[in-house]
Design a protein around this ligand. Sequence first.
Ligand SMILES: Nc1ncnc2c1ncn2[C@@H]1O[C@H](COP(=O)(O)OP(=O)(O)OP(=O)(O)O)[C@@H](O)[C@H]1O
Length: 264
Amino acid sequence: MSSSQTAANLIEVRGLRRSFAGVHAVDGLDLDVAQGSVTGLIGPNGCGKTTSVNCITGFDRGFTGQVDMEGKPLAGLAPDAIARGGLMRTFQAIRVFDTFTVLENVKLAMQSFDGVSTLQALARTPKLRRTEEETEAKAHELLALVGLSAKSNDAAGELSYGQKKLLSLAGILMSGPRLVILDEPVAGVNPTRAMEIADIIKTVNARGTTFLIIEHNIPFVMRLCDSVVVMDRGKRLVQDTPDAIRNDPAVLEAYLGGAANVGD
Ligand SMILES: Nc1ncnc2c1ncn2[C@@H]1O[C@H](COP(=O)(O)OP(=O)(O)OP(=O)(O)O)[C@@H](O)[C@H]1O
């Protein structure tokens, strides 16, 4: 690591490139996610936000460039290895098991992290029982955090769209990730629910989890984030504080085609 600024970055992306049949989806992206920050990633439709996150999280390994977490390269690692290293993400499409209960959904999210072997599971060892108790307690704690305690025993399929978003957020927090990447956490939810989600993110962030958030809801991003990355045509146009972004003529031009303002 070369500078004090670099040392404070949990994620550092340099020169990230990903093409699909000649389309440069990501075209030399640099991006920093400071330790402890809530960093926003915004930009017009198709500018490469989701593709970038797919590369960072190991779901797309066909890229070139550097992606480091705490100075260690993530390139080449599978998504589950990256998740076990403390990086969890959500997807634009909600991933919830409708026929399982809300509580079971959250507990299932812990399955690949609990370190219980098949032998221990079959023998129902004390370690397994302890793990089960801890998982249950953690699941209840997180359901309380996202306001779904009263729904614990309902089938997840009965939840509203916004409640399913809260459920998937609880699920990805089960393993205690150091970095959470959210892909459009408030798309399609009502304004009250969006504020609720912002409050949950603030609470989890205050406890030490760093966030990178892709979102088209600009006021949400501007209120919540410490730092905002604006992408345009596969590159970082600028990364700065919400206030600086709001008044940046290049951002207004590229992102909104010169419209009056970015956020409120
Ligand atoms: N698997 C793929 N095959 C071909 N082209 C792709 C693929 N994935 C993404 N692209 C293209 O790459 C570009 C970037 O897409 P991407 O989904 O990353 O943008 P985005 O900024 O996340 O957009 P949105 O805000 O609409 O979600 C687009 O032109 C898209 O059509």
